[in-house]
Ligand binder design. Structure first.
Ligand code: SF4
Length: 96
C-alpha cells in the first residue's frame, strides 16, 4: 500500500480538520461575492489542518476540479499544476 508522509493509504483523512465541518463549506458556488466569504471560511479550516499537504497532493494527483482542498481553490490548484509542469520542463531542458 502507498505511504504518504508516514500515512498508509488514506489514513491521513482521519486527521482532517474538516471532518466535523459541513462538507458544503468546501464547495462554494462561486469564488466571488458571497462565495468569496465561503472560500475564506473553508481556507481558514484548511489553515489549521495537520494534513493539508497530503490533501493537496491527493487533489492534484486526482485532478479534482471542484472544491477547496489543501487550502486551495480549483483555479489555484490549476495554476500550481501549470507552474510545476513548467518547472519540471525547465529542469529537464537544463539537464539535456
Ligand atoms: S486541507 Fe482542508 S479540505 Fe483538506 S483535509 Fe484539511 S481541512 Fe479538509
Amino acid at each position: 500500500m502507498a505511504e504518504t508522509n508516514g500515512y498508509a493509504g488514506d489514513e491521513w483523512r482521519e486527521r482532517a480538520a474538516c471532518r466535523d465541518e459541513d462538507p458544503e463549506l468546501f464547495f462554494p458556488i462561486s469564488e466571488v461575492g458571497l462565495g468569496a466569504k465561503q472560500v475564506d471560511r473553508a481556507k481558514a479550516v484548511c489553515a489549521r489542518c495537520p494534513v493539508a499537504s497530503e490533501c493537496l497532493a491527493d487533489a492534484l494527483s486526482n485532478g479534482l476540479d471542484f472544491g477547496i482542498f489543501g487550502g486551495m481553490t480549483p483555479r489555484e490548484r490549476r495554476s500550481l499544476s501549470r507552474r510545476n509542469t513548467r518547472a519540471v520542463s525547465a529542469e529537464r531542458s537544463a539537464r539535456d
